[in-house]
Design a protein around this ligand. Structure first.
Ligand code: FES
Ligand code: FES
Length: 184
């Protein structure tokens, strides 16, 4: 008995089976075990929102979720938004409106903003600012971020993600033990 726990989850439409330490956080599973480093760690204390992903279609701060709690779920990270060369409408809007400076907060901002538009497709500026309150930008570029979300809202699919789940049957499965690097 090595103390590891089996976890099966799908990430961006691909199923992964891993064995993880019970204390492993979802954000570290994504970054360190699956190599999905678009999800950032800004605080590790639920304060900054840089680690935001979608869990079964809902935005969550992945530093607040244990990897074992994600067993059986579908996770979407910022890497899962684009379709081939085609950016997600929210990514396009951040690009067009220069909704970033250093870019560290950007993946979390985008994932939260997509969830915001899913729940409220036509938000006011005030509602956008309220919806992004859990995401901090240390470059303080909030003006362009809010403008990007407002512009994205003009697109009919800006509140949608490509793989909201549930896990597709028969999807390719990658098996690995946490700590052994990126799996196949
Ligand atoms: Fe998760 Fe800051 S790293 S909220
Ligand atoms: Fe630098 Fe937001 S763009 S932290």
């Amino acid at each position: 008995m090595n103390g590891r726990v089996p976890v099966r989850l799908s990430v961006n439409g691909r199923v992964h089976e891993l064995e993880v330490e019970p204390r492993l956080l979802l954000v570290h599973l994504l970054r360190d075990e699956l190599g999905l480093t678009g999800t950032h760690v800004g605080c590790d204390t639920t304060s900054c929102g840089a680690c935001t992903v979608h869990l079964d279609g809902e935005a969550v701060k992945s530093c607040t979720v244990l990897a074992v709690q994600a067993d059986g779920t579908h996770v979407t990270t910022v890497e899962g938004l684009a379709q081939g060369d085609e950016l997600h409408p929210m990514q396009e809007a951040f690009w067009e409106d220069h909704g970033l400076q250093c870019g560290y907060c950007t993946p979390g901002m985008i994932m939260t903003a997509v969830d915001l538009l899913k729940r409220n497709p036509n938000p006011t500026e005030e509602e956008i600012r309220h919806g992004l309150e859990g995401n901090l930008c240390r470059c303080t570029g909030y003006h362009n971020i809010v403008r990007a979300v407002a512009d994205a809202a003009k697109h009919p699919h800006a509140g949608q993600i490509p793989h909201p789940g549930p896990t597709p049957e028969g999807a390719a499965v990658g098996r690995m033990v946490a700590g052994e690097g990126v799996g196949a």
